[in-house]
Each structure stands twice: as C-alpha cells, then as structure tokens.
Design a protein around this ligand. Sequence first.
Ligand code: 5RP
Length: 264
Amino acid sequence: MNWGLKNRLSKIIKPNTGHTVMLAVDHGYFQGPTTGLKIPRKTIQPLAPYADALMLTRGILRTSIDANIETPVVLRVSGGTSILKELSNEGITTSMEEAIRLNVSAVALSIFVGGEYEKQTLLSLSKLVDEGERYGIPVLAVTAVGREMARDARYLGLACRIAAELGAHIVKTYFCEGFEKVVEGCPVPMVMAGGKKIPEKEALHLTFNAIHAGAVGVDMGRNIFQSDSPIPMIKAVRSIVHENATADEAYKLFNQLREEKNPQ
Ligand code: 5RP
C-alpha cells in the first residue's frame, strides 16, 4: 500500500484506537431530502466535530460544509439512480480528479451483489481501486443496499469478500447474526452501517456487537441524525467504538447528556 493511501486511511481509522466513527450523510444521493437531512448544513455542522469522517456527496460538500473543516471526508462517487427506479443501476458520478481536487481522504461507492446490475457495479469498484491505487486514495465499498437483499451472514459474507477481493480498502455492511463470520471472511477493515432508525438503546447494542465481532467501527447515519438528541447519540457511539464502553454504559451516557441538554 503506498504512503499516501496509508496516510489517508489513518485519517479515517484513528491510529490511537484502531477504530472509527464515520457519520454517513450521503442519503440524499438517491433518497432526496431524507428526514433529518432536509437542511444538510444544519444537521451536519454541529455533529462534524464528533465524527472521525463524514461520508457525503460533492454537492453537499460544496454547499453545506466549510472548507476549513478538520473532519476528513469520504466522498460518495457512485449514483445515477433514485428510489423511484432500479437501485443497482449505479455508475461512477464523480471523477478521481475531482476527489483529489476536493482533498478527500477516501472515495465510496455501492456494489450490488445479486442485483440486476451486479457486474456493472463490481467493474466500477475495480476501476475505482485502480485509480485509487494510482493516486493514493482509499476506496470504501458499500454492500447490501437495496430492498430485495437477504441481509444474512451468507449473503453479507459473499458481498464483503467480493468487495475485498476486487481491492476495496474498507468495506461497509449491515450487522447480522453471525457477523463475526462476515468479518473473518473479509481481509480488510469493516465498518457497520446503522440502517433504519431504531431506538437508541438498540442502536448502541448493535454498535457494541459489531465492534466485538471485529468491525473497526461504524459508518452510521439515521441512528445518529434522526435521534432527538444527535450529539449525545454520537458521543455514546464514540464511547463504545473508542473507549470500550458497554452498550449499557453508552446508553447511560446518552441519557445523561440528553438530560444535561434538556434539564427537566
Ligand atoms: C446508502 C449509504 C448510507 O450512507 C448508509 O445507508 C449509512 O447510513 P445509515 O446508518 O442511515 O444506514 O451508504 O447507500
């Protein structure tokens, strides 16, 4: 792995803990104005200091993030579809040249193993990895987005392993029963996507289980920004990922911070 690529990866996966809390705010690229992200700047700005990386598109980067931000950026570079159409029909939407110009720490794209356009998305990943290796930009592959996918260890293990085999430097996937098997079969760092909003206590248990199954961290969106207390929630997630807190300790912290913010 070249020095630039290693250096960029170390901005995302913190060398002091070997872990990361990425904040995913890229949902609009196929969902439009998602709940909690209707005004991106309003949501992202207060959370950014607590995130180890922000995952977003260039449109939101340009319009909603100040250029003096210290939080590293993982730029989503795939898209071309909407929730109204076949989601797997994605291509690369942003060039590596643009990613370099925007000074990002990694690029991200989705792959759709088992989807109608599986091959096209896997070839996009391979192309991006070739370019990433050339310019020192890590590639994060997002797996298992889409309605029809069975998110079990067999399917996720297959999708994550294929992403790693094609050269992805980080793989993002959903939690499932037997997640440790998915991690075992994937020779590159894995981060867990949060999925749809669930109660904070459950999301913290999910985070704990993923970390203890071997994930290096989370790339979480809705379970943070759709919480009624997003900053306490991201701090609670951080306590698990970086400070070895249990899910119950993290939930206690979440409640404490929420009460401090909204005293009775
Ligand atoms: C969509 C994505 C999102 O970033 C991903 O879904 C993470 O967000 P959430 O925790 O809300 O699921 O990659 O393709």
